[in-house]
Design a protein around this ligand. Structure first.
Ligand code: BGC
Length: 261
């Protein structure tokens, strides 16, 4: 637990399930107040809010489309209205659509980019405006992926968006480094979340994924949430512009693990 997180206020986009849900719960354990954003899964968001409260934190849920300016503004407004301020903004909402390049429609490309990349831009801009206009210490955490670094055939839109998130994070981290605002990313590997449920239900695909992980196991959402809590806390006070990979070693070129090459 991080003492300085107590009574801090966070916005988490895509908080109704998976990693976002786990971050909300962890922030609740830290005694934080959380605005939990959702798009369609109101029930999941409500459960996440109940969990935060059960852990000792406060929570409200807000339906909003984070690929729009109004959607992000609504999240900031909720933080101010219910909790009086904003300290931490987690751009977590994400999606992926599988298709070989020649079958990737412009519509699907735009959908992925609008959530995974434009959403991160808009969320960050909303938070940074608030921090700078109020002379407030600020913290932004962007959910990237191992695929900001590892090419991922049939997921070109997702990999392009996450590669964009990497340089966006580094660039705005530098832009605001001397203004008391830290900006970092987390790069999860294969984590046990709804985005992967179908894939992991297939034994062969599950085993193939595990074979890409030096630690030989899929990660847990709480293990990603632990990284988010550290990045949000003052224990990482000298850290900005990094991507914290939480991936069981997936980014370590596991194809070489027996000395191949
Ligand atoms: C994706 C998962 C995938 C993992 C490792 C993540 O960014 O969302 O679907 O299993 O990367 O490839």
């Amino acid at each position: 637990m991080y003492k300085d997180l107590e009574n801090k206020v966070a916005v988490i986009t895509g908080g109704s399930k998976g990693i976002g849900n786990a971050i909300a719960e962890r922030f609740g354990q830290e005694g934080m107040s959380v605005v939990i954003n959702y798009n369609s899964d109101e029930k999941g968001a409500q459960e996440a809010a109940d969990n935060v409260k059960a852990q000792g934190g406060q929570a409200v849920i807000v339906k909003a489309d984070i690929s729009t300016e109004e959607g992000n503004q609504a999240l900031l407004d909720a933080a101010i209205e219910h909790f009086g301020k904003l300290d931490v903004w987690v751009n977590n909402a994400g999606m992926e659509i599988k298709a070989p390049l020649t079958e990737m429609t412009l519509k699907d490309w735009n959908k992925v980019i609008s959530i995974d990349e434009t959403g991160v831009f808009l969320g960050s801009r909303t938070a940074v405006k608030y921090f700078t206009e109020n002379d407030h210490q600020g913290n932004i955490i962007n959910m990237s992926s191992v695929h900001q670094q590892i090419p991922w055939p049939t997921f070109a839109s997702y990999a392009a968006a996450k590669g964009g998130v990497k340089l966006f994070t580094e660039t705005i981290a530098m832009e605001y480094a001397n203004k008391n605002i830290r900006v970092n990313s987390i790069g999860p590997g294969a984590i046990n979340t709804p985005i992967n449920a179908k894939k992991f239900a297939d034994k062969a695909q599950y085993e193939k994924t595990v074979s890409l992980i030096p630690m030989d196991r899929i990660g847990k959402p709480e293990e990603v949430a632990a990284g988010a809590a550290w990045l949000a806390s003052d224990q990482s006070s000298y850290v900005t512009g990094i991507t914290l990979f939480i991936d069981g070693g997936m980014t370590l070129y596991p194809g070489f693990k027996n000395g191949e090459g």
